[in-house]
Design a protein around this ligand. Structure first.
Ligand code: ADP
Length: 351
């Protein structure tokens, strides 16, 4: 079974345009076929996604009939005909003071994106001696303030907000600007402005690198931030689970649309290391992200194990990288940031 034979099958399915099939109509974004499974991503216009649900189901049913022994996954990615926002955000009045800016994203929530963003920032600062900023742009669920155990309102000097400094990084999160119990339900223009304010109105020092923790999925925050500042590239965090991978592909499609190069993929919660016997179990599958990154031609930066103390230390506001340089998280982050620093050509610090 080849991609070609799957394309032929898809050519027998009628598009919503009665004059063409879905292949002719350009609805096939991606096909990925392996021994165990077939994955098809359909590209559909954002304006009328619901109309394509029956087509998605037809594709799934047809492939299941023909390949009953395989795991069939059919996803849809929404494409906007005109991705330009009505009022494009203004560029910053002066360039953002960082040599490099990277955005960390994920297809869905709960894959450890914020944990990875924070640990990336801490590893870049402590293992590579870089001046690092961390901006929590996950405005619907800002968790960096929680992970850094800081909900205090930051001081203001010369009308600029002073970023929070801990573990050698400079951080700013909406969670530091809100009261702890205050929900981050921002509406309308305030939401659109929140990230811009954290870029514009914060006294960021001259940085070697700014790490931006993007919200999960794809949306307005990604679009407006990418238009406001020059982002060097995106890092995609995924667990080895299929669902997370499926969603990560939407993120990849969005990066393509924003002309944002994908610097690399990181697999989080890779193998569970038993705290008692040290044996590794692959709860969410093994090397899924590495395998798919290779297939999609994307760089793979490395894997982070699933370990109980990664969660408990975060909950307690501790930082394993600073506390234990030999911890599996510290070793994993050293490998990942080595790859990142060399791909961003960042070995020289500003100081
Ligand atoms: P996201 O930002 O993707 O929503 P978080 O970073 O908030 O995800 O992580 C979700 C939960 O998973 C947190 O409780 C976090 O401590 C835990 N977690 C993240 N990565 C790991 C890991 N490698 N091992 C164990 N727990 C992890």
């Amino acid at each position: 079974m080849s991609e070609e034979s799957i394309r032929n099958i898809l050519a027998s399915i009628q598009d919503i345009n009665p004059n063409s099939n879905i292949l002719e109509a350009g609805r096939i974004h991606h096909i990925d076929a392996s021994e165990e499974r077939i994955y098809v991503l359909l590209s559909v216009p954002a304006e009328n996604v619901p109309q394509f649900h029956p087509i998605r189901e037809q594709v799934e049913t047809r492939l299941k009939e023909l390949y009953p022994q395989k795991n069939i996954l059919v996803g849809m990615t929404a494409v906007k005909n005109n991705p330009e926002p009505q009022n494009p955000p203004q560029k910053l009045s002066s360039p953002f003071p960082a040599r490099r800016i990277v955005a960390v994203g994920s297809g869905k929530g709960g894959v450890g994106k914020s944990t990875v963003s924070l640990n990336l920032a801490v590893a870049l600062a402590n293992q590579h001696n870089l001046t690092v900023g961390l901006l929590d742009a996950d405005i619907h669920g800002p968790s960096i303030s929680h992970l850094m155990k800081n909900h205090k309102r930051p001081p203001i000097e010369n009308k600029k907000i002073i970023p929070f400094n801990r573990w050698n990084i400079h951080a700013m999160s909406l969670g530091m600007l809100l009261e702890p119990e205050e929900p981050s339900v921002l509406r309308g223009p305030m939401m659109g402005r929140a990230v811009e304010q954290m870029l514009d109105d914060v006294a960021w020092p001259q940085l070697d690198i700014l790490v931006i923790d993007f919200p999960p999925g794809t949306g307005d925050v990604h679009l407006s931030t990418a238009r406001k500042i020059h982002i060097d590239g995106a890092i995609i965090v995924s667990t080895p689970q299929d669902l997370a991978l499926l969603d990560a592909r939407k993120m990849i499609a969005m990066c393509e649309k924003l002309n944002l190069p994908v610097i690399g993929c990181i697999e989080n919660m890779a193998g569970f290391i038993c705290p008692h016997c040290g044996e590794e179990t692959s709860i969410f599958g093994k090397n899924g992200v590495q395998h798919h990154a290779k297939k999609l031609g994307l760089p793979y930066l490395g894997a982070i194990p699933l370990q109980m103390d990664i969660r408990t230390s975060s909950d307690e506001g501790q930082c394993l990288i600073v506390e234990d340089s030999q911890h599996p998280l510290s070793l994993a982050m050293a490998r990942i940031t080595d790859a990142l620093v060399s791909s961003l050509n960042l070995s020289q610090t500003t100081s």
